[in-house]
Design a protein around this ligand. Sequence first.
Ligand code: HEC
Length: 141
Amino acid sequence: MKAFVKIIIIILIAAFAGIQFIKVDRKNPMVKADLKAPQEVKNILKESCYDCHSNETKWPWYSYVAPFSLLIEKDVKEGRRELNFSEWETYDYQKKAFLKKEIWEEIENDEMPKSVYTLTRPNAKLDFVKKNIIKKWAVGY
Ligand code: HEC
């Protein structure tokens, strides 16, 4: 092997080892005021959205391995900031209505759950029936 290839491999291994030391926050804050919705709606949201949009995130084993840990941490942080079902019942009427409109749009446009996520969680993908259940719930305000 050429010397520079070896050097590049050594650098990559060192970088991979090095990023393992970056601290990742995998804490799940307390559930304050979880969404109240019909069971069939909740089941779908729990299966497809709660890992990023609630304080009940299930952290898979690869969430302990950088760089995946860093990407997942970022998604969860941003996801919770936009929409946190564990705080849903603290939102006022306007915020709920706004978020339901957003949820409807995200589902209509196939933007949620994120495709990187469903790559490893085929069960989280929404089929036609599930989409309609969520969309029907989302227009009910
Ligand atoms: C892998 C993590 C992940 C999953 C799973 C996920 N989301 Fe998101 N969601 C995000 C992130 C990150 C953002 C903020 C950045 C963005 O809009 O892409 C977001 C933003 C949103 C927004 C706000 C959109 C906007 O325009 O700001 C809505 C609404 C939403 N998600 C709904 C859902 C619903 C409904 C589900 C389940 C069907 C879901 N998400 C599943 C990560 C996720």
